[in-house]
Structures are given as structure tokens and as C-alpha cells.
Design a protein around this ligand. Structure first.
Ligand SMILES: [Zn+2]
Length: 294
């Protein structure tokens, strides 16, 4: 899989959003042409349009994500998994229109529906769910945390993996989240901190698995911390496919590019080819297969 120092194996982007009205298949073919072999298509909330206000609205929105995934499978030779779930930012926004009780009820119903679709094999992961990444009132924060515990217990009962959208408060975020996961009975390798920083050491992750948002400068940190990691980790772009926010996140070619960069950096630091191969297969094949089944 490594030939002349170059990685030719699988490459999975574990968190990518696509939009039919924007680049959609064109973005996916950029990914595939750069070496990408699989992706998890994450439900994109319609923040700029209208968020679902009832469970039928969620049903429609989820089926759109599922049909986009099928279209990618039909037109390209890629492994495609689907993550469905109500975004914590949607919940927070709707507190101010629906009220905290109705917004929370809708949130849990939308989690239930996503878990049903995962159970029936139409989707592979619950996500992104979590808590707001910006500061909110104490009341909202407390409700967000108890709601999250409930969501994770539901995921644990149905044995679904979860992609977590959370604030970035360094290792404290990981520490708190791995605690909530343990209390909810969710195995830590099934709880994936999305948009994670590149520090994958056990002191930082506290056993919580992660998809590192592989911006520039992340490969150096991954090289330094990869040997001291005790939890699975993968890579993501969090591409938004949103023309209104260019540069807000990474492009679809980024995960293939960083994977190749990581491969050559580790080799240049003296890692044996077989050890690099093993690491990259864990990232891009074994772990994704074991949690999402793709
Ligand atoms: Zn996302």
C-alpha cells in the first residue's frame, strides 16, 4: 500500500456535508480524484433556510441525505456511510422560537427517528449531536447536558455509533464527554468527537475517539502524539458545501492530501513502513469498518 513512500491505500473522510444546490457530486469527484475511497455523509441542517419544526420535517430532511448518499454510490466507486441526527445548534436556535420544552421534545423525536433509520440499515451513525459550541445561559447549558446524556443512552441501547459536535475547550471537553459517555453506557470507541484538535495522546483524549479536522499544521502534531494514543481516531474535513462560507472549513481534497503528508512525515521520522501502514489502515479501514460498517 506504500509505494516509493506514497500511500495508495484507503482514505476515508469521516465528516463531510454536501448540498445538492451547491457543488455536491463535483466536490465528491474532487475527493475521489485526490485518492479518497470512502466518506461519511453527515446530515446538513438547513440553518440558512428553514429548520424542521416537526418530525415529518425531519423525515424529509433525512431522506434527502440518504438519497444523496445513494446517488454518490451510483455514480462513483466510493464507500458511503450516512450520519443522521438533529444538530445541537438547531436545538439551541429553536429554543428561541419553539420554547425549550418543545425544542427538546422535537430533538429527542429526531434522535429516535435517526436511530430507527440506522437500525433498518439506511444510515450508519447518529450525528452530529452534542451541545452548543458557543456560550449559552446556565439554564440552556444544563438542559443541553441532560439532553445529551439522554441522547447517548438512546444510542447505547440501540448500539449505534455517535458523532459528537461539541465546544472546543481542549482536553477538558474530552474529559467531560468521555465521562458522559461512560455514564450513558456508550463505548468510548463508538463516541467520536468530531472537529477534534490534532492532539491524539491519551492525556488529551481521555479515551474518547475522535476525527481530527486536518487543517494545516495538524500533521506535525499527529506525528508527535500518534504513538501515545489509546483511542481510535480518524480524519475529517467537515466540508460544508456552502458558497456563503468559503474557507470556513476545509475543502474535499484535504483528507487525501493530509493522509499522504502524514505517511511521508512518519517515514521521514524513521517509522518502519509496516508501522505506518498499520496506523493508516487503522485510521482509514479497520476503525471505520468496525463502527460504521462501511
Ligand atoms: Zn459538521
Amino acid at each position: 500500500m506504500i509505494e516509493d513512500g506514497v500511500w495508495h491505500g484507503p482514505i476515508v473522510d469521516q465528516h463531510i456535508h454536501l448540498d445538492r444546490s451547491n457543488r455536491f457530486l463535483d466536490a465528491v469527484s474532487d475527493f475521489a480524484r485526490s485518492g479518497g475511497t470512502g466518506l461519511i455523509l453527515v446530515h446538513k441542517p438547513a440553518f440558512s433556510k428553514a429548520l424542521p419544526i416537526d418530525i415529518n420535517g425531519y423525515r424529509e430532511a433525512y431522506s434527502e441525505t440518504i438519497s444523496m448518499a445513494q446517488e454518490i454510490r451510483d455514480s462513483m466507486n466510493l464507500d458511503v456511510g450516512v450520519a443522521l441526527g438533529p444538530h445541537p445548534v438547531s436545538w439551541e436556535k429553536q429554543i428561541h422560537t419553539l420554547g425549550i420544552k418543545e425544542s427538546s421534545e422535537l430533538h429527542l423525536e429526531a434522535v429516535g427517528l435517526a436511530l430507527d433509520l440506522i437500525q433498518s440499515g439506511e444510515a450508519n451513525c447518529l450525528g452530529e449531536v452534542g451541545r452548543p459550541h458557543y456560550s449559552v445561559s446556565d439554564e440552556i447549558w444544563e438542559t443541553a447536558n441532560s439532553l445529551l446524556s439522554e441522547v447517548l443512552s438512546m444510542a447505547a441501547s440501540s448500539k449505534s455509533p455517535v458523532q459528537l459536535h461539541v465546544e472546543d475547550n481542549g482536553e477538558q471537553t474530552c474529559r467531560e464527554l468521555s465521562q458522559i459517555c461512560r455514564e450513558s453506557g456508550l463505548p468510548p470507541d463508538h463516541a467520536v468527537r468530531h472537529f477534534a484538535p490534532a492532539d491524539v495522546s491519551s492525556e488529551f483524549t481521555h479515551g474518547l475517539s475522535a476525527t481530527v479536522n486536518v487543517g494545516s499544521g495538524t500533521v506535525g502534531v499527529l506525528c508527535e502524539t500518534a504513538s501515545s494514543s489509546n483511542a481510535p481516531w480518524g480524519m475529517e474535513s467537515d466540508f460544508l458545501d456552502d458558497p456563503a462560507r468559503p474557507g470556513a472549513v476545509l475543502g474535499p481534497k484535504t483528507v487525501p492530501k493530509r493522509t499522504k503528508e502524514l505517511c511521508s512525515s512518519l517515514l521521514s521520522k524513521g517509522w518502519a513502513e509496516s508501522k505506518v501502514e498499520d496506523l493508516l489502515l487503522n485510521i482509514h479501514e479497520r476503525w471505520p469498518k468496525s463502527i460504521y460498517g462501511i
